[in-house]
Design a protein. Sequence first.
Length: 124
Amino acid sequence: MIFLEPIMRFLPLFYRVAAGLMVLNAALHLFAVLPSGGFGTLTAQMLLPAAPIYALLAWGLFNRSRWVAWIQFFVALLGALVAFAFMPLLAVPAWWAWAIVALDVDVAILMLLILWPSRQRVRA
């Protein structure tokens, strides 16, 4: 398991970067109301509920909570899939929707980097 040691050195940094990306993602979800035309639109109804959830998960990641990392991994995967699938229905610019997808994918990759080495450590 020598190849995992360089990754394990950066785990605190991965948590912080993932938390920052999640705050940015929560902001994109929250401010999707502005270009979409208000709170009554379908876009606002789809994206607004995710903003506080993403903010809470970001707080848990900032505190390096491992169980939050597990939840965040699946939330990020699901968020990327849902954002990609509903992209034609969203009344935000295409770059906005792609930014949400990209942030979710980036966070999922970071969660994989955080969670995978510790699984290997338990087995060794």
